[in-house]
Design a protein around this ligand. Structure first.
Ligand SMILES: *Cc1c(COP(=O)(O)O)cnc(C)c1O
Length: 380
C-alpha cells in the first residue's frame, strides 16, 4: 500500500482516538484534557493531529511556541490553546491578537500581557505557573502567593489556570509528592484570599498514570496520547493491559542485498566484523531520516516478521542489517524500524532504550524526509 515510499511513518488515527477516549474515561467527568501537540505533535504531524483531535474531543491544546499555536488556528478557529513555553517579548502582541493563552512565570510577563490587552482593547486569558522543582519555567514557590495575588488584579488579564510541572513523576514518588504538596498549599492559600483560577493542573502523562486526581481538574498528557507509556520504575495505579495503542509506525525498504565473507567489515569506522559468512540487507533509512546513529550495532528491525540485528554504524541514508537467518530477502521488501510486522513488534521505547535516549526524542527526531501517512480517519 505504501510501496511508492522509500521510508514513511504511518499514523493510526483510530488508535489515537482510542487513547484519548481511554484517558477521558480514566479522568472522568469534570476533568479537562489538554492534549500536548508541541514539536509537530511529537513528530506525528501537527495540523493533521490537531484536526483529528478537534473531532475526537480534546478540550485544550498545549503547544511550545507561537508558530505551533498559529498552525492550530489555521486548522480550526476558537480552540483554547495554552503556550507551554515562555512567550518572547516581541511575540506578545501576536499572541494576544490570536488569543493564545500564555504561561506566566513572573510579574514582568504578566504586566506585558496586561498592557498588550489594553492596547488591543481585549482581555487575555492566561495560566500562571509555579516552579515546585522542575527548575525550568514558573515562579518561585516561596513568593508565588503574593505574586499571583498581585497579577490577578492587573487589568486586561484573566487568570484561567494555575499549574506546575513534575520533574520525575515516572520514577520518583517522594519528590513528586513534595512538588504536589507545595503546589496544593499555594492553591489553597490563594483560594483563602479569593483568588480562584478555574483550572488547576500538574500532570503530564506520568503524573496522570501515577498520581491520584486530588484537587486537579485538568490533565496535560502528551506521550500517552500517542500510545507510549513513559518509561520509569513506578507502576501505574490502574491496569494498563491493552488500554493504550501505539499510533506511529516507522518503515523503510530493503534497497540492496549482498553476501559478505567471514572477516569482512561493515560500514564507517569498521565497527562490525563478520565472524562467519553473512547475508546483509542495506535499508533505505539512516540517521538523516531519524533512525538514531547511537543505535548502531544494537537495534533490531523487522523483516518477514522476524527480528534482524543492525550491523555496523548507521549511516545518514542507509542502514545494514543481518538477514542471514531469513528466507530470500529482496530489494523492495519492507523493513519495520518501529511498529508491528506479523506477530513481532518493536516499540519506540525499545528503540529509545538501545539508542540511549527517550521515546520523545525518537519521535521528534523522525525527519522531514519521512512522509507521514494517515490511516483510518479524516485528517486535514
Ligand atoms: C511536554 C509537556 C507535557 C506533556 O508531557 P508528556 O510526558 O509527553 O505527557 C505536559 N506539560 C508540560 C508543561 C509540557 O511541557
Amino acid at each position: 500500500m505504501n510501496q511508492r515510499y522509500r521510508c514513511w511513518a504511518e499514523i493510526d488515527l483510530p488508535a489515537l482516538r482510542e487513547n484519548l477516549l481511554w484517558i477521558r474515561h480514566r479522568v472522568g467527568p469534570g476533568v479537562k484534557i489538554l492534549t500536548v501537540v508541541k514539536a509537530d505533535a511529537y513528530g506525528h504531524g501537527l495540523k493533521q493531529i490537531a484536526a483529528f483531535l478537534m473531532q475526537s474531543g480534546t478540550d485544550v491544546f498545549g503547544v511550545a511556541n507561537l508558530a505551533e499555536a498559529q498552525a492550530i488556528r489555521s486548522v480550526g478557529r476558537g480552540w483554547p490553546i495554552l503556550m507551554l513555553g515562555a512567550c518572547l517579548p516581541d511575540e506578545t502582541e501576536d499572541a494576544v491578537r490570536d488569543a493564545i493563552m500564555p504561561t506566566l512565570s513572573s510579574e514582568a510577563e504578566a504586566r506585558r500581557f496586561s498592557e498588550a490587552a489594553r492596547r488591543q482593547k481585549t482581555t487575555v486569558e492566561a495560566h500562571v505557573k509555579v516552579d515546585t522543582g522542575m527548575g525550568r519555567l514558573g515562579m518561585d514557590r516561596t513568593n508565588a502567593v503574593e505574586l499571583i495575588t498581585r497579577i490577578s488584579r492587573l487589568k486586561g488579564l484573566q487568570i484561567q489556570g494555575i499549574f506546575t510541572h513534575y520533574a520525575a513523576a515516572e520514577g520518583d514518588a517522594a519528590f513528586t509528592r513534595s512538588q504536589r504538596h507545595a503546589f496544593e498549599q499555594i492553591v489553597s492559600k490563594l483560594q483563602k484570599r479569593g483568588v480562584r483560577p478555574p483550572l488547576i493542573h500538574a500532570s503530564n502523562s506520568a503524573g496522570f498514570l501515577h498520581e491520584s486526581p486530588g484537587i486537579f481538574n485538568l490533565v496535560r498528557p502528551g506521550l500517552l496520547v500517542y500510545g507510549v507509556i513513559p518509561p520509569g520504575k513506578r507502576r501505574s495505579r490502574a491496569p494498563m493491559d491493552g488500554a493504550i495503542h501505539p499510533v506511529l509506525s516507522f518503515t523503510c525498504r530493503v534497497g540492496f542485498v549482498k553476501a559478505i565473507p567471514k572477516g569482512f567489515s561493515v560500514g564507517y569506522g569498521r565497527t562490525f566484523v563478520a565472524r562467519k559468512p553473512m547475508t546483509l540487507a542495506t535499508l533505505t533509512a539512516g540517521y538523516g531520516d531519524g533512525y538514531p546513529r547511537s543505535a548502531s550495532n544494537k537495534a533490531e528491525v523487522l523483516i518477514q516478521g522476524r527480528r534482524c540485528p543492525v550491523v555496523g554504524t548507521i549511516t545518514m541514508d542507509q542502514t545494514m542489517v543481518d538477514v542471514s537467518a531469513l528466507k530470500k530477502v529482496e530489494p523492495g521488501d519492507e523493513a519495520v524500524l518501529i511498529g508491528r510486522q506479523g506477530e513481532a513488534a518493536i516499540h519506540a521505547e525499545e528503540l529509545a532504550s538501545v539508542a540511549g535516549t527517550v521515546p520523545w526524542e525518537i519521535f521528534t527526531g523522525i525527519s522531514y524526509r519521512v512522509p507521514r501517512v494517515y490511516r483510518g480517519g479524516h485528517a486535514a
